[in-house]
Design a protein. Structure first.
Length: 198
């Protein structure tokens, strides 16, 4: 059997590591557990990564590429940008459900220390800033109702995205995710739009 390239094997290790961290927690994040799921020896892992900390860093890199692919979205109006962000992020997190579990846990802090914790925290801050900016711009432009609390709305939007990720177990189809995303956004839109548009 042809040996897999380092690039392919690294991706397998990262994906398995992400799954273990998300579903089994930091205590189960061991070279042996990763090796068992990948189908290699524990020692072979360190032909591809120099340490377990390097694997944690690679998991965070992978999370960043999943979360921020195509970010920030380009659209004419702030509400359209926000909608594009919402659907894109829902699709990304629903397709890679371990991401939302890791974002909502302390496992990265347990495994990667302060630097890893700060990186993951920054993912949340970048997203929060974008959502809040879209909401403020929409409020100023009359696209969003004057009685909408920007901070509360931003939390609701971000929470809805993470909730879909937690629900999206069992590999739902893209069509199912899009349907759920559309239904949630419709409800959010009713909350955000000025009274005349409700």
């Amino acid at each position: 059997m042809k040996r897999k390239s380092t690039e392919v094997r690294q991706k397998e290790i990262i994906d398995v590591a992400m799954h273990i961290i998300a579903t089994r927690g930091s205590k189960k994040f061991t070279a042996q557990h990763i090796a068992d799921e990948v189908g290699i020896t524990a020692g072979a892992i360190f032909r591809h990564f120099s340490s377990m900390e390097d694997i944690v860093d690679a998991v965070i890199d992978r999370m960043e590429s999943i979360l921020f692919d195509g970010f920030p979205p380009v659209a004419q109006s702030s509400l359209d940008r926000l909608e594009a962000f919402f659907h894109g992020r829902v699709q990304a997190i629903a397709t890679h459900s371990p991401v939302s579990r890791i974002l909502l846990s302390d496992h990265v802090a347990d495994l990667g220390g302060q630097e890893a914790t700060d990186r993951v925290r920054n993912f949340k801050k970048r997203s929060q800033r974008f959502v809040s900016r879209c909401l403020r711009d929409g409020l100023e432009g009359g696209q969003i109702a004057e009685d909408v609390d920007i901070e509360a709305a931003a939390i609701i939007i971000q929470g809805a995205i993470l909730a879909v990720g937690l629900r999206a177990t069992g590999n739902p189809s893209r069509k199912a995710i899009e349907k759920l995303s559309g239904a949630i956004w419709l409800s959010l839109g009713r909350m955000l739009h000025p009274a005349a548009a409700r």
